[in-house]
Design a protein around this ligand. Sequence first.
Ligand SMILES: Nc1ncnc2c1ncn2[C@@H]1O[C@H](COP(=O)(O)OP(=O)(O)OP(=O)(O)O)[C@@H](O)[C@H]1O
Length: 307
Amino acid sequence: MIRVTNLTKRFGQLTAVDGLNLEIEAGDIVGFLGPNGAGKSTTMKMLTGFLEPSSGQIEICQLDIAKQPLKIKKAMGYLPEGTPAYGEMTVVQFLTFIAQVRGLKGQHKKQRLQKVVEQVQLEGVLNQQIDNLSKGFKRRVGLAQAILHDPKVLILDEPTDGLDPNQKHHVRQLILNLARDKIVIISTHLLEEVSAVCNRAIIIAKGKKLFDGTPQALASESPYHQAITIEFEDEKPDTSQLRLAPGVTHIIERSKNKISIIGHESYENLFPQIFDIVHLQGWQLKAMYSEQGQLDDVFRKMTEEVS
Ligand SMILES: Nc1ncnc2c1ncn2[C@@H]1O[C@H](COP(=O)(O)OP(=O)(O)OP(=O)(O)O)[C@@H](O)[C@H]1O
């Protein structure tokens, strides 16, 4: 369990993290979101003991990071921004070195190395120098070193940055499979990543928490949550009669040939009525569907409000 109380970090005049409070339980996969400069990396660096807070407390697995940083670091894996150090080493040399630093020995060390190389799919590059690897492979080496000692808490700063779509999918599956009894915190700009792997989303901007809840709850803040959207084949006709359907509160024009119908009824109740009107009017549709709300819309709205 992680408990963060009133966490603050100042760099001179700038307050990068501003009185942050968090409680995260085992099994949580948290998507840590925010615009550039929001304070995500700074928070992660403080959680991993790389940076000292200006004030506030961090408790991880019932230990205070200020008092027992080494014990906490043992229980933690960290994938920082960018690429892992020691680029002159080969992948196998680097991972063996990390295994030693982590105190893994004998058969256990061998098994963990084998397992992680397989999990992160590094078999083909084991003897290549890290400096010569592509960005995606460097990222995977970084991920491998973070999970090598099977930590209880995993902090990943943009874990899929630089990976191709297949690799992104693979790493997300890996995180999902890892996470049952762990805490995983993922900093990301990719909202689809939050929908794909996280059970919780935390949004920060200017160092302050703006939202903390499930990705579904986040999506439900969207103006288009449960809206029925119609895309017309050509330019949209006069759709004012849609307002007469019981339960419709208003209609939002999204583009020249796209509207969203917002109602106080559930979309299951609205759908048949809208469908009847469309049919009666003989409108040529390209598509008609209900929306759950786009995380992007909510994210933009929330973070623009504080900028
Ligand atoms: N060592 C430092 N010295 C001075 N200012 C810093 C330092 N590290 C970070 N900052 C500033 O603190 C603020 C928060 O930075 P941080 O890297 O935590 O943001 P972020 O949310 O991770 O952004 P990004 O998404 O761009 O990685 C920024 O304004 C940044 O310039």
